[in-house]
Design a protein around this ligand. Structure first.
Ligand SMILES: C[C@@](CO)(OP(=O)(O)O)[C@H](O)COP(=O)(O)OP(=O)(O)OC[C@H]1O[C@@H](n2ccc(N)nc2=O)[C@H](O)[C@@H]1O
Ligand SMILES: Nc1ncnc2c1ncn2[C@@H]1O[C@H](COP(=O)(O)OP(=O)(O)O)[C@@H](O)[C@H]1O
Length: 283
């Protein structure tokens, strides 16, 4: 085999709490991470003519700063295999949007090279490689519905929260994750919501409870780029979403709906002011 094609699924945070800043600059978090059916497609092909990345999306770098390049470098280092590859990214996940698009692509390359190079590494080993690239990469390798702790790398699968209707609205305002964390006034976040109760809601399949209790403390980040968030959330609720919050460091806002027709109406309304509005489902 000299070629593999993989799907790289995006994620949302159904719950995101930031606890404290560590000495290494990273933040300790507690999150419920959820895979969604919005995906990039990654093709990895062995080549002798130099490492090359192809992607038609103008915001995706094609050099060594691309997370797929870093994933290839790490896999070479760990396996001792020094083979060049051509990686083609079909980008559908909005970039720098809080949906972990770059991390999903890196996760797909880690999994893909494990297959292509016959490494037989276990999922846990792949996740350890993933954390060297980014905090969201281990989750993108594992997928599903997980409690994420530490900086996002300590993952515990919980009851699946599948096939829930999502409306996703991504304003065209790329946000740097680093800046969003830096501008988070941790001293003002006093009430940390009850995650155990939230997880119980997922286990009990209490969809309404989950939808109404979703929370993302990163919405408090003091960035001008995030000023648009409350109005999108309000519009989602006005049109019948059972709950609506920002995903990750934003600016994507998603709403959980029960009624497809209401969701359709909401999409039409939001499209008047937001560039990217689309339907998705949890997986
Ligand atoms: C906020 C979250 C929530 O799932 O997602 P996104 O909005 O990026 O999708 C994650 O914590 C983001 O994970 P990820 O985007 O992989 O972060 P990384 O590339 O590892 O780190 C980028 C920068 O964010 C900050 N960072 C990241 C993770 C974390 N737990 N604490 C941090 O302080 C650090 O300043 C780091 O330099
Ligand atoms: N494969 C990739 N896809 C998207 N962005 C990438 C990729 N590799 C590196 N990047 C860079 O990473 C930044 C964050 O991208 P992304 O992972 O989409 O956002 P987020 O962390 O908010 O989910 C982008 O600004 C982009 O320059």
């Amino acid at each position: 085999m000299d070629e593999v094609v993989l799907e790289a699924f995006g994620k949302i945070n159904l719950y995101l709490d930031v606890l404290w800043k560590r000495e290494d600059g990273y933040h300790e978090i507690r999150s419920i991470m959820q895979s969604i059916d919005l995906k990039d497609t990654i093709k990895i092909r062995e080549t002798n003519s130099g490492m090359k990345i192809d992607c038609a999306h103008p915001q995706v770098p094609l050099d060594s700063s691309n997370l797929v390049y870093k994933a290839w470098e790490k896999m070479k280092e760990i396996s001792g295999i020094d083979k060049e590859v051509n990686i083609t990214i079909h980008k559908r996940i909005p970039v720098a949007a809080g949906l972990a698009g770059g991390s999903a692509d890196a996760a797909a390359v880690i999994k893909g090279l494990n297959i292509l190079w016959d490494l037989n590494l276990k999922e846990e080993d792949l996740m350890k490689i993933g954390i060297k690239i980014g905090a969201d990469v281990p989750f993108c390798i594992k997928g599903g519905t997980c409690l994420a702790e530490g900086i996002g790398e300590k993952l515990t699968s919980i009851e699946p929260f599948k096939r829930k209707l999502l409306l996703i609205a991504t304003p065209n305002i790329p946000i740097s994750t680093e800046k969003a964390y830096k501008n988070l006034p941790l001293d003002k976040i006093h009430a940390h919501p009850d995650i155990d109760r939230f997880i119980k809601g997922i286990k009990d399949k209490d969809f309404k409870f989950v939808a109404k209790n979703m929370i993302n403390v990163m919405e408090y980040s003091e960035l001008d780029e995030l000023k648009i968030i409350p109005s999108i959330k309000e519009e989602m609720i006005r049109f019948g979403a059972l709950g609506s919050i920002m995903s990750g460091s934003g600016p994507t806002v998603f709403g959980l709906f029960e009624d497809e027709k209401l969701m359709m109406k909401c999409k039409k309304s939001l499209e008047r002011k937001i560039e990217n509005v689309f339907f998705s489902r949890t997986i």
